[in-house]
Write a protein that binds this ligand. Structure first.
Ligand SMILES: [Ca+2]
Ligand SMILES: [Ca+2]
Ligand SMILES: [Ca+2]
Ligand SMILES: [Ca+2]
Length: 219
């Protein structure tokens, strides 16, 4: 009897671990204070970044960690700069991209979130330096987020709301699975833009993750 109870407990343990593993995949919580590793982010344009101690009140019912990533910059032509990281994960278990954002009011800026898949199945996100480093063989799915609030907010974006940003390149379909040699979700970039052509960005980001939010689980 003890043996069967042990088997049942072990099974339950692995089921719980599996469901936790599926519920979310943290991209970065910035608690290590270093954006050069775990994961490594690269920067482009004139975006200024700094890992800072989180200030202000967490959204109701939420807990914030100690550190977040402050991104700042200004522009006279929409574009400010951005940062990107290589993922190479099967993101098919997840339905949403979530993060906390500390806005600084109605002109906090815009973030264009880009997700690259791997249509030519080589685990590489080949980018063309002659065309603003846009993908050569793979799809890039994007979502534009206007930050026009003050204080912390949890932002939860359904992955189905991302749209193909390069019709005719890749296969114009979202391929998050690591199937037939594909690396799945290869890369994520966050591109900072002003609210207007002349504008700025001034926000802190935290706990960027792929997830299945509890509300989405019930659907
Ligand atoms: Ca954090
Ligand atoms: Ca590729
Ligand atoms: Ca495409
Ligand atoms: Ca694709």
């Amino acid at each position: 009897m003890k043996f069967f109870r042990l088997i049942a407990n072990v099974t339950l343990f692995f089921c719980l671990c599996h469901s936790v593993a599926l519920a979310a995949r943290m991209v970065d919580d910035f608690e290590d204070g270093n954006i050069a590793k775990n994961p490594e982010w690269w920067k482009f344009g004139r975006l200024i970044t700094d890992v800072v101690t989180n200030k202000g009140k967490a959204p109701k019912g939420e807990t914030l960690g100690k550190r977040g990533l402050l991104i700042e910059g200004s522009t006279r032509n929409w574009y400010i700069g951005g940062l990107g990281t290589y993922l190479g994960i099967d993101s098919s278990p997840y339905t949403h991209l979530e993060l906390f954002i500390l806005g600084t009011g109605k002109d906090s800026g815009q973030i264009k979130i880009e997700l690259w898949d791997d249509d030519n199945k080589n685990w590489k996100a080949e980018a063309d330096p002659k065309k603003d480093y846009s993908p050569i063989y793979d799809d890039i799915f994007t979502y534009a987020l206007l930050v026009d609030w003050e204080g912390w907010k949890r932002v939860s974006i359904p992955l189905r709301d991302f749209t193909d940003n390069n019709p005719g390149v890749g296969n114009d379909a979202w391929d998050p699975q690591q199937l037939d040699g594909s690396g799945g979700l290869l890369q994520m970039s966050l591109v900072a833009l002003g609210r207007g052509a002349t504008g700025k960005i001034a926000v802190t980001l935290d706990e960027i993750k792929l997830s299945v939010p509890k509300t989405a689980e019930k659907k």
